[in-house]
Design a protein around this ligand. Structure first.
Ligand SMILES: Nc1ncnc2c1ncn2[C@@H]1O[C@H](COP(=O)(O)OP(=O)(O)OP(=O)(O)O)[C@@H](O)[C@H]1O
Ligand SMILES: [Mg+2]
Length: 240
């Protein structure tokens, strides 16, 4: 069971409310993309689902359990961030295996799983480098390896390929596609290249859901101009 529900979730930073009451539901095994202008609340929503950002009010359920106040590691969720969250003092292999070591997995199992995942995302030759000695794209691939190693039921991807060149992005799309099957995926992206994975699109604006439906229908409505342009300046114009 790995469906995700947000019930009347709000988020404020100080006096500023960025997510008004938001109700969302992701079915188990569903692949959903969240789109919308910069600042509309995509990352905030993913971070609240992951438990990295507390909700201001409302509740979050995963697999039917109320996880609103559970810690991230209790949620069977893994997230790849828009900005990398790596341990700078550990080498690539250490970064990859951190969660498995914490979980007390046997050494031979950790080594084998790291080897397979590093090979999958073409990082084998960098296993003994520190994150600072990697390119932006290699750091992002490292984030994806950690995701694969975690083997989560729910996968949250926040612009997971933003730092990858086109060839690497295509490799990642091809490799991760089969791995994602059977998991629940919530993806936030501005990139069209990742939409091949996706069945359903949600459009957020100022933290509100303004469209929700099959990807092809939402894209057709957006390109037919029924939705105003999704630029930040347009959003500001609308707000004023
Ligand atoms: N720690 C914070 N303190 C104050 N405001 C914040 C904080 N984090 C995010 N915000 C604000 O919350 C709003 C939503 O931000 P969020 O990062 O979720 O947007 P986004 O849709 O992911 O944008 P992008 O497409 O640029 O990644 C923005 O107005 C942002 O400035
Ligand atoms: Mg974001």
């Amino acid at each position: 069971m790995s469906g995700v529900q947000l019930n009347d979730v709000t988020k404020s930073y100080g006096q500023v409310n960025v997510i008004p009451p938001l109700n969302l539901s992701f079915r188990e095994g569903e692949f959903v993309v969240i789109v919308g202008p910069s600042g509309c609340g995509k990352s905030t929503t993913l971070r609240m689902i992951a438990g990295l950002e507390p909700v201001t009010s409302g509740s979050i359920h995963i697999g039917g359990q109320d996880v609103t106040w559970s810690r991230p590691k209790e949620r069977d969720i893994a997230m790849v961030f828009q900005s990398y969250a790596l341990y700078p003092h550990m080498d690539v292999a250490g970064n990859m295996s951190f969660a498995l070591r914490l979980a007390g997995r046997p050494k031979h199992e950790i080594e084998e799983r790291v080897r397979v995942a590093a090979d999958m995302l073409e990082l084998t030759e960098y296993l003994h480098r520190k994150p600072k000695d990697l390119s932006g794209g290699q750091r992002q691939s490292l984030g994806l390896v950690r995701l694969v190693l975690q083997d989560p039921a729910v996968v949250l991807l926040d612009e997971p390929t933003a730092s990858l060149d086109q060839a690497t992005e295509q490799h990642v799309i091809k490799t991760l596609g089969p791995w994602l099957a059977g998991r629940t995926l919530v993806l936030a992206t501005h990139r069209k290249s990742l939409l091949g994975w996706v069945e359903r699109a949600l459009v957020l604006r100022h933290g509100k859901r303004v469209m929700d439906g099959p990807l092809d229908q939402i894209m057709a409505r957006q390109s037919a101009g029924k939705t105003p342009a999704t630029s930040a300046s347009r959003q500001r114009q609308e707000a004023s």
